[in-house]
Structure formats: structure tokens, C-alpha cells
Ligand binder design. Structure first.
Ligand code: AMP
Length: 510
């Protein structure tokens, strides 16, 4: 089924309900939202020759037009290719080219950089700025009566991975993948009510954008902050004014929100659910988060290849500090979601017993259909129906999965596996350490040894010897870093993930 049908049904059921908000201003009701998408869809077909299955890219910051364009693309039976707006126009153009996009929607500030680049592509690609009169003209086409027929298997979203190693790959997500992901959210993550609001503080091209489906189904609001991004005090204020807010936040965002809430003496009033994930949330941060926000936090573990839907840790489990195994559980990513099977396996794919570390594999309806035009990578990722996540972890007797690291980040020193996250967790407990990332460095004798990149609290006089003593006091000797490198900030990609590849590069020749 075409995903745009959800929007049409909601618009019929509650046409006057507020749908799209910029800050606190309602820009469109559900009937306005659906009509704009239906008109743009006709424009895409009549003026730009878009046919079912064609790719249409979006390269712009979070804004209400983003959702109109997404639904217009689906209305017309096409495939959306959201591109992180923080990418360089050349990188965005590479993605548009790889996807074979016929049209790229962008904004005024990026148009002049994009146009000459797309003009040089082999397959013709038109660029439309949503700030230009041409976009308003597209909206003046007669509305398409019904979304075009799409099947469960037809593609809806080409999701480009964040590319912490090499070029990004296009993950093919079908209507079926996104349907199941949406339904599973209601079962395992959170209910959504008509009075709720999805707040888009992280890029809509990535995980945050997928929250639109549940909110469209329930006729809830979609709020784009005035800042178009993540500003903690703005978010707390929007919570107080609008209420019922759900948002996706990467762990660093949760940390900043907690700091701001403490400064304002806020308990997060009006924020109903903060879904965190996308990277490790360290124990000290989650403890503080629960202290400040109480039962508002839910964790999910997913990846582009199985969006949102591998495991979840419910709000009750996150907040129940009285449970004897609470610390263990919040250190995990929770339980397999209802629509998938999750297993821990060895290199040959054999299932490992409880509490043994191995590769995390997942099977089920939300798993991608493969990588776009990359059969080799698809064969590598999906074997015998199981998606190899590239993450290493273990599952306890109760089914809780704990992530150790990305498999390629595991350090093998003297034949022993060292999981960088364990070392990072210890170092983060040092009062002068703000951020840390641990990687392996080639070593002739040991294979690899451990190096810690550390961001120290400003004004603190932190030395290698002090950290070494701290590690000696708190972890097995063989895991201790052999080298500490102090940085003012860790290199992160456009989704806020630490670029360990770049850290390793810095070590070359050292
Ligand atoms: P992406 O496809 O860019 O969303 O990245 C997915 C990867 O982020 C996963 O394979 C994990 O390595 C990591 N990740 C996602 N969710 C979590 C989580 N809750 N805790 C720790 N790491 C996570």
C-alpha cells in the first residue's frame, strides 16, 4: 500500500486538526497538508515527468515543506531520497547521482551550489528550490485524486548510510519495511495520541524523519523548531507551550537537554517521550537523564538497514531504578522488538549461548530489501535471510541485548578482544573527562594496542599519568590505553557520530 494513503485518511478524518507547525505557528492543517502533497504530486508528474519508481531527492534543512515534498513523492508513487543537509553540495550531488534522482528539492541557500553540479550529471537531474516561485507554481497544479498504486515490495525510501567508513550506501526501504517499522513502534516503543506532537530536532533525512509516519497515522502535530535544529532551551520552551512532544535524540543531544533542564530547573514538562539511540548512551548520562526527566526516556536500537526496529528498552525499564538489575538493563539496548528475531552468532553464523559476545544478526519484515545497485554489499550484509548488523554484543538469559562495539572497532591485542566501549565507560567516570573515544593502533608485537582520544574539561590540568593510574585502579591491565591523545573535540560526522576512522588515520605514522 502507498504510504501517502495514511495521510489522505487522516485528512478525511480530522481535516481541521493542526498538522504542520513552525515553532508554535500552525502552517497547515491536515487537509492543507494532504492537499499540498496531492498538488505537488501532480506537478511532479505533469511538469517533471516523474513516474512510479523514479527517485526524487530532498537536500534541505528541516522545514515544513520537507514533509509536503516527502508525501508528494509517495503520492506520485516515486521513491524519496533524503540527503543530510549538512553534507557538502558535492557529497549531496554524489548521492543524487548514485540514486539516479530525476529531481532534487533544495532551498535557496543551497541552490546555487547544487545547480552547476547537477547540470554536469550523466542522467539529467532538475533542481527545485522550495523558496522559489517555481515551487509555489508546482503547488498550483490540480490535486492528484488518489495516491498511485504501490505494493508492499515497491521502494519508498532510499536511505543513505551516514558513511563513517567510505562512501555512503543506499539502503532500499520498501513500503512494507516502513509499514512494519511504524506498527512495531506502537507495540514496543510508544503510543501516539492525536494531542501529541513530533518534534524534529535531528535531521529529517535520518532516523528523526521516520517518526512522521506514526504521527500522521494518529493525526498528531509535526513541529519544526524555528532554529530548524537542536537548541535545548527552545525545545524545553516548545514542550511547555505545545505539550505532548515526542522526539528522537542522539545521546549527545539528551546530555545537552539534561544540562539545560537542570539549569532551568525544568523536569521536561510537556516532553512526553524522548527516544534515544543511534549511538552508545553512557551509564552516567542515563542516570542523570532519569534523575531529571523521570519516565520520559525510551531507547531504541536500529540502523538504516533495519530502521528503528531491532531492540527497544521501554520507558518503564529505563526509569525503574528500584529493579535489582537496573544498571545492567539500562546499559543494554533492551529486548528484541516484536516483529524481528535477534540472535548473537559466531563468525560462521552459529548461535552463541547467553552472555557470550558475538555478531548481532536480525531477521524480519523491517529488514531492508538490499543496497541500491550494490549486490556485492547486499550479499555481504544479508546471509541466509539474516542481516549482519556489523555490531558486536551479547544477549543475557532474559533476552536483553548489550552492544559492545561495531565489529570493525573491536581491538585485538595479543589475541584478546578489547571492546573500546568498556574502556570508554571507565574513562568517562573520571571527573575531568568530557568525551573519549578509544581505537586500536597497529603494533608489531601485540597486533594492536589501545589508544584513547580524550577531551578534557576546560581549565582542568589532566595528564596521561593521572588517567593511567585511574585505569589501573578500575580495569584489567591489558585493556589500559598505551597512549592518550588530548583533543579539544572529537571528530564527528554530520549525524554526530564519532569518526573512529579519522582517529585511526591520525595515528598513522605516530
Ligand atoms: P545508522 O544506520 O547511521 O543509524 O547507524 C546505526 C548504528 O548506530 C548501529 O549499527 C549501532 O552501531 C549504532 N546504534 C544505533 N542505536 C544504538 C543504541 N541504542 N546504542 C548504541 N549504538 C546504537
Amino acid at each position: 500500500m502507498n504510504l501517502a494513503k495514511w495521510l489522505c485518511r487522516t485528512a478525511r478524518r480530522c481535516p481541521d486538526a493542526p498538522a504542520l507547525l513552525r515553532g508554535t505557528n500552525v502552517v497547515a492543517t491536515y487537509s492543507g497538508f494532504a492537499e499540498a502533497a496531492a498538488r505537488l504530486a501532480t506537478g511532479l508528474v505533469d511538469r517533471h515527468g516523474i513516474e512510479p519508481g523514479d527517485r526524487v531527492a530532498l537536500f534541505m534543512a528541516n522545514r515544513t515543506e520537507y514533509l509536503e515534498v516527502l508525501y508528494a513523492v509517495w503520492f506520485a508513487g516515486a521513491v524519496a531520497v533524503p540527503i543530510n543537509y549538512k553534507l557538502h553540495p558535492k557529497e549531496a550531488c554524489w548521492i543524487a547521482d548514485n540514486a539516479g534522482a530525476k529531481v532534487v528539492f533544495t532551498s535557496a541557500n543551497q541552490l546555487s551550489a547544487m545547480q552547476p553540479l547537477t547540470a554536469g550529471l550523466v542522467e539529467p537531474c532538475q533542481t527545485i528550490s522550495v523558496d522559489d516561485p517555481g515551487f509555489a507554481d508546482l503547488r498550483n497544479h490540480a490535486p492528484m485524486v488518489e495516491p498511485l498504486e504501490r505494493s508492499y515490495d515497491d521502494l519508498a525510501w532510499l536511505f543513505y548510510t551516514s558513511g563513517t567508513t567510505g562512501r555512503p550506501k543506499g539502503v532500499m526501504l520498501s513500503n512494507g519495511n516502513l509499514h512494519t517499522m511504524t506498527f512495531c513502534y506502537f507495540v514496543d516503543v510508544d503510543e501516539v495520541y492525536a494531542s501529541d506532537a513530533a518534534l524534529y530536532a535531528a535531521p529529517m533525512s535520518h532516523g528523526a524523519g521516520t517518526y512522521n509516519f506514526m504521527h500522521v497515522l494518529r493525526g498528531a502535530k509535526h513541529v519544526i523548531p524555528e532554529s530548524s535544529g537542536f537548541n535545548p532551551s527552545e525545545i524545553l520552551e516548545l514542550g511547555r507551550t505545545i505539550g505532548g512532544i515526542s522526539m528522537f535524540a542522539a545521546p549527545t543531544m539528551v546530555r545537552r537537554l539534561v544540562v539545560q533542564a537542570r539549569a532551568e530547573k525544568s523536569d521536561g514538562e510537556g516532553l512526553r517521550t524522548i527516544v534515544y539511540g543511534g549511538g552508545p548512551m553512557y551509564l552516567a548520562d542515563i542516570e542523570e537523564g532519569v534523575d531529571v526527566f523521570g519516565p520520559r526516556l525510551v531507547q531504541i536500537y536500529g540502523q538504516g538497514e533495519c530502521p528503528m526496529t531491532i531492540t527497544a528498552l521501554s520507558r518503564d525499564l529505563v526509569a525503574d531504578r528500584s529493579h535489582p538489575r537496573w544498571r545492567e538493563r539500562v546499559g543494554s539496548v533492551g529486548l528484541a522488538q516484536s516483529c524481528v528475531e535477534v540472535q548473537i552468532v559466531d563468525k560462521d553464523g552459529a548461535t552463541l549461548p547467553a552472555n557470550e559476545k558475538g555478531d548481532i544478526v536480525v531477521r524480519g519484515e523491517p529488514v531492508m530489501r538490499g543496497y541500491w545497485r550494490n549486490e556485492e554489499a547486499t550479499r555481504e550484509a544479508i546471509r541466509d535471510g539474516w542481516l549482519w548488523t556489523g555490531d558486536v554484543g551479547m544477549m543475557d538469559e532474559d533476552g536483553f541485548v548489550t552492544l559492545s562495539d561495531r565489529s570493525k572497532d573491536v581491538i585485538i591485542s595479543g589475541g584478546t578482544n578489547i571492546y573500546p566501549r568498556e574502556v570508554e565507560e571507565v574513562l568517562l567516570n573520571h571527573p575531568s573527562v568530557v568525551e573519549v573515544s578509544v581505537v586500536g593502533r597497529p603494533n608489531e608485537e601485540w597486533g594492536e594496542d589501545v589508544v584513547a582520544f580524550v577531551v578534557a574539561k576546560s581549565g582542568s590540568e589532566l595528564h596521561e599519568a593521572e588517567l593511567d593510574q585511574f585505569c589501573t585502579d578500575n580495569m584489567a591491565r591489558f585493556k589500559r590505553p598505551k597512549l592518550y591523545v588530548f583533543l579539544s573535540a572529537l571528530p564527528k560526522n554530520n549525524y554526530g557520530k564519532v569518526m573512529k576512522t579519522e582517529l585511526r588515520l591520525r595515528l598513522e605514522g605516530s
